[in-house]
Design a protein. Structure first.
Length: 249
């Protein structure tokens, strides 16, 4: 299958789905399309609630595209690359509608940031998480604010430093990233549909005001995440990271 971003409106729920055959690792064009789709769904009066999900079975999102990462040769290109997830997170933050996360499998790096930027997130027991950025000499600078907002500084710093370890879905639920963990994808889908359609019966203006309340204190994230993307763009050019990336060629 080819990479895609799609949206389907069913009973007032906008199901936004992304997919890439490389374990849902996302290149810049897919991230840009994802940000645009989220923004458009937020403006669509026929959509009351959004569900963010990915195609495939056991991987929600493997982070950013390593093929693009390896090809970065200057700071500006690096900043643009790392701004991909920043733009999606900011689109989710600014969207006036609740975004429900449906995390069916493992999620790494930027994918953890996407899960953290949802307003309510459900997962399967297979949905382990890992922040692996330190492995290649950078860090979770762009997704850090979203992850810290959900896990707290202690939880975020733990998985950021322990960059080789997948943490269980149960651990992620205990820390507040996931609200529920299910034994199967089928049970997850039933719960997501029931919850999302239930939200559609509520006052849209009340939900929009609640979303604003939930995200208060993040008004500087446009600038903050751009600064973080610049840091990552600089670090990816370091000799240490260049040597590490050779292992992935």
């Amino acid at each position: 299958m080819n990479p895609y971003v799609s949206i389907k409106n069913k009973n007032g729920v906008g199901y936004i789905e992304f997919y890439h055959p490389a374990q849902n690792s996302l290149p810049g064009n897919i991230l840009s399309e994802l940000a645009r789709t989220i923004t458009a769904a937020g403006e669509d009066t026929n959509i009351k609630v959004i569900v963010l999900q990915s195609g495939g079975e056991r991987t929600f999102c493997a982070g950013a595209s390593f093929n693009e990462l390896i090809d970065i040769n200057d700071e500006e290109t690096g900043k643009i690359f790392f701004s991909g997830f920043a733009n999606v997170i900011n689109a989710m933050r600014k969207c006036p509608k609740f975004i429900i996360g449906r995390i069916q499998g493992k999620t790494v790096g930027g994918g953890v940031g996407l899960a953290a930027a949802t307003d309510y997130c459900m997962a399967t027991k297979f949905a382990q998480i890992k922040l692996s950025e330190l492995n290649i000499g950078i860090g979770p600078f762009v997704v850090g604010p979203a992850v810290q907002r959900k896990l707290g500084l202690s939880g975020m710093s733990q998985i950021a430093m322990d960059a080789n370890t997948f943490y269980t879905a149960e651990w992620a639920m205990q820390k507040g990233l996931y609200t529920h963990v299910f034994d199967s994808v089928e049970a997850l889908d039933d719960a997501v549909t029931t919850f999302a359609e239930g939200l559609c019966t509520y006052n849209p203006r009340a939900m929009a005001e609640m979303k604003t309340m939930f995200w208060r204190g993040t008004e500087d994230w446009d600038q903050l995440l751009a600064q973080r993307a610049k840091i990552s763009g600089r670090l990816v050019l370091s000799e240490f990271t260049k040597e590490k990336l050779k292992e992935y060629k």
